[in-house]
Write a protein that binds this ligand. Structure first.
Ligand SMILES: [Zn+2]
Length: 606
């Protein structure tokens, strides 16, 4: 009897355990899908209107799209009243610099906009520091994880700097071969193409032929040439022609970054530029472009109302220069310079490649690198410099000189954008924020010139609206133009930056599809999903289609909230309720889940 009781107890204990195990197994087995998104209206990436459907995801892939999916899933998302879209693909970002640091791997400012993939290494500046290799960065990002998927470009400027330093000359045959070898190495390691920044240093020093030779290296891989063209002002059309020539001569497709024209005298030139692109496309040349939907430019969008030469005058034309700083550091031995550099370098610990790079740097370049890393001449310039204020005010006390200064300030403002399009961004007098220079002048009852001087002296940060709305909309309507934010992954709250880093994708939907109705909602969705995928030659992302990667955004389009303003550039956008990257939930009811499921998309593997 006693034994029977023991047996019964044993049976009950293990039996129930066994049964519960079975039960659990059957539950797992019955979760046919990882995620099902139910009752949403689906934009699939095409220009078609949204349709009602359920979507099932398993092992990172969209496995079923149907009117109704009833099988159980580990996670069911109700998208009732919401829109479902492919995750957004950002054709042009500089987030790699921020993502380099573990704190910013998630790129939360982009996840909150619905971005699931970023193309980095833009404007001639590689996604990795000059001393690193593409393969090293890809290894770290793959092992430690990243928020959005990323495809890397190698920067022409970075390559040129490694081989020629900052010298303004053509490369020798040998140097060109070295540059080609570096581009090829990056392509072998998984880079997706080459980028140029032909207005920046040292990219500006490169002639068309040099770029053609380097793009020829990426062409056989199926690489794509992304370019910040040589001129976005009066010579826009020539610059577009050069980009097309590079594509024709090299055999690689060309993608024009942040397509626009800046400056009042040049507004309207985009029509001629688009005509050139369209003629090339009609001839079978692969030319595409991207755009950010704002009227102001630059990562740091603020500009002085008083040009530097007018502010400093002839008495003190340049103030402290980089050359002065080099003189200071030229007294130190190489080893001392490297030790100083290591104390402030953000790249810690110094990698083997980094150390090799430092050791191999010619003396002059080492002095320059260390000097510019430690001291910025800009710290001693501008309205924050008591010395420069005093010199400026002294000149203003001379009536003749003051009139000359006023005249030059007015010319500067008129040539740039005019007083009605120069906006006060941040100001100690908060009531002026958001007002134009012309409005502030009227409020204060002063001339434009004297208002500009007053604002400048009180440290106001002003933003010139350098692009015209008509031009933005003209470009946006084109079917060969995608979305590229040109933003960064900043430390949250740190630094004054362009609001595009936080709001590009939802702003484009809200302003241009919903409010102004410049383009349809499906046009905007296509421009930031299937179209960029087509530019990058991807046939497994950018669409809501069975068999495609489950990069999916669930959008509450009626409740998009853009919280940035030009006086407060750091604020996460609202409107993305759920976001899946490679099938993993990264935003759950708008909240970040802490996951880093992004993959580095390598060209070589394809
Ligand atoms: Zn650029």
């Amino acid at each position: 009897m006693k034994n029977k009781i023991i047996l019964l107890v044993v049976f009950l204990f293990f039996g129930s355990f066994f049964l519960s195990g079975l039960n659990q197994a059957s539950q797992e087995g019955s979760s046919k899908y990882d995620v099902v998104i139910k009752d949403g209206k689906v934009f699939d990436g095409s220009l078609n209107p949204a349709f009602k459907a359920d979507i099932a995801v398993k092992d990172g892939i969209i496995v079923k799209i149907a009117k109704s999916i009833r099988e159980p899933a580990a996670k069911v998302i109700s998208a009732k009243g919401l829109y479902v879209s492919p995750g957004f693909i950002d054709l042009h970002t500089h987030v790699d610099r921020g993502m380099y640091f573990p704190e910013n791997r998630a790129c939360l400012n982009y996840l909150k906009q619905g971005v699931t993939t970023v193309i980095v290494g833009q404007c001639g500046s590689s996604a990795w520091p000059v001393f690193e290799k593409a393969g090293d960065l890809i290894k770290v990002w793959s092992e430690e994880g990243i928020g959005p998927n990323a495809a890397l470009l190698i920067g022409h400027g970075t390559v040129r700097q490694l081989v020629l330093g900052m010298e303004d000359r053509e490369p020798t045959t040998e140097e060109l071969e070295q540059m080609k070898a570096l581009v090829q190495e990056a392509m072998e390691q998984g880079a997706y193409g080459l980028s140029t920044g032909l207005i920046y240093l040292p990219g500006r020093y490169a002639k068309t032929d040099e770029v053609i030779e380097l793009v020829k290296v990426i062409a056989p891989y199926g690489g794509i040439y992304h370019t910040h063209i040589r001129n976005e002002r009066d010579k826009l059309v020539d610059a577009v022609k050069e980009a097309i020539e590079i594509s024709v001569e090299s055999g690689a497709p060309v993608h024009i970054s942040h397509f626009k024209v800046m400056g009042k005298p040049n507004w309207g030139l985009v029509k001629d530029a688009c005509a050139v692109v369209e003629e090339a496309r009609a001839n079978g040349i692969k030319v595409t472009a991207d755009q950010y939907p704002y009227r102001f430019a630059n990562g740091y969008p603020y500009q002085s109302l008083i040009p530097g030469s007018v502010w400093r005058g002839e008495e003190d034309p340049r103030g402290l220069t980089s050359e002065d700083i080099e003189v200071i550091f030229d007294h130190l031995r190489d080893s001392q310079l490297i030790e100083l550099y290591k104390k402030v370098s953000p790249y810690i610990p110094i990698s083997a490649h980094h150390q090799e790079f430092l050791d191999a740097l010619p003396r002059k370049q080492l002095v320059r690198l260390v000097g510019r890393t430690l001291i910025s001449p800009g710290n001693f310039r501008g309205t924050g410099s008591p010395r420069e204020r005093m010199l400026f005010l002294k000149r203003m006390n001379n009536t003749e000189e003051a009139d000359e200064i006023r005249k030059k300030i007015r010319e500067h403002i008129d040539n740039l954008v005019g007083p009605d399009k120069f906006i006060v961004g941040i100001c100690v007098e908060r009531n002026l924020e958001g007002k134009s220079l012309a409005q502030v002048a009227a409020m204060k009852g002063k001339s434009i010139e004297d208002t500009a001087i007053e604002l400048e002296l009180m440290g106001a940060r002003c933003i010139p609206l350098q692009m015209h709305e008509d031009d933005i909309e003209y470009i946006m309507k084109k079917n060969y133009v995608g979305t590229g934010s040109d933003g960064t992954a900043p430390f949250y709250g740190i630094g004054l930056i362009h609001i595009r880093s936080y709001s590009t994708f939802l702003h484009k939907i809200k302003k241009y599809a919903l409010s102004r109705k410049t383009v349809s909602l499906s046009h905007v969705i296509r421009s930031q999903t299937s179209f960029p995928a087509q530019v990058m030659n991807w046939d497994d992302r950018g669409w809501i289609k069975e068999g495609y990667k489950a990069d999916i955004a669930v959008l509450d389009i009626k409740n998009i909230k853009l919280k940035t303003s030009i006086s407060n550039p750091h604020a996460y956008s609202e409107g993305v309720k759920y976001l899946l990257i490679n099938g993993e939930l990264v935003l759950d009811n708008g909240n970040y889940t802490g996951k880093l499921p992004g993959k580095v998309i390598k060209l070589k593997e394809k």
